[in-house]
Design a protein around this ligand. Sequence first.
Ligand SMILES: Cc1ncc(COP(=O)(O)O)c(C=O)c1O
Length: 347
Amino acid sequence: MKIPFFRLDSIGERLKEDLIRIVESGRLTRGEFTESFEEEFKNFLGVAWVKTVNSGTTALYAALRALEVQGQYVVIPALSFMATVDAVLLAGGIPLVVDVDETYTMDVNQLEDALKRFKVKVILPVHLFGNMADMSAINWLAQRYGAYVLEDAAQAHGAHLDGVKAGAWGDISAFSFYATKNVSMGEGGAVAVKNPSLVEKVKKLLDFGDTPAFNFRLSEFQSAVGLNSLRRLEENNRRRREIARRYNESFKDIFQLQRERGYCVYHVYSLRHPQRDSLREELEKKGVSTKVYYPYLLHELRNTPHLPTPRAEKFKGELFALPIYPSLTDEEVDYVISTLLEVVQKL
Ligand SMILES: Cc1ncc(COP(=O)(O)O)c(C=O)c1O
């Protein structure tokens, strides 16, 4: 059996009809699909305002510009995709990197150390792999030390904690709709704003007008693909969680699992093992593709200020991710489990 690391859902007849309707209408951008996507995503999250943009990176960048981070410290976790640190640098901020905990999200004890020692403008937690960062602690610390909270929710569409969705905890948040994300458009992103005082600032940045601006817009095609994906999100997240539950049960005695916080939507399913590289090689030979998220730490990658990061350093050498996506069949899940158990026993 050959199991790819990612496989797209079938797109369905309704989306095909929508895409044809867009071509025939002649309205290729700024139309009803983008409007509907923004309205439905805003209601789904429970925030004040949502604006789509062309990527998760530009969503982070726009949010950081709205928060006016030039020359200011922005606390980020060591373990994330490089866009998290790059957006801070592009917006002129100073990334200050802290360690992660066993949930692979920002370590709030270290965050507090950082807040005591530096004048921090923005705390930027990442809900890594679909798992919620410790948002009640982060919001409490933000209030105490007078910082804004920007959530990187690129991997956490539909995740929630204490009844509040990822992206609806902070002042503002950024989503990605990259091809493999839980809500996908191929490329795309959104800024979601909860703090009403930031709405006008973000609007100004995203429209041509008073200040020089980029064009960050999406086309109607992307919005139609995204809307189709958004409407399947909760069902797809349930399937991801079902697969993760089977993996967890099978691997809990042999591997280090990610500790869940809240309702994790398993954008990525990662395990830890000291012999990760040999395991991956053997799995590949038997047709199971895996990936490493991430082979770098953000402060090492961009040479930024940081606090000690012993956990992230250890995790970087041990983490590897298994296939997890809604179209993965029960037979394929069985094959991944039996193959990994067989390979690990032979080590
Ligand atoms: C945690 C995180 N932040 C930011 C991004 C950037 O999103 P994009 O690739 O849409 O620019 C991604 C995804 O790729 C991500 O996983």
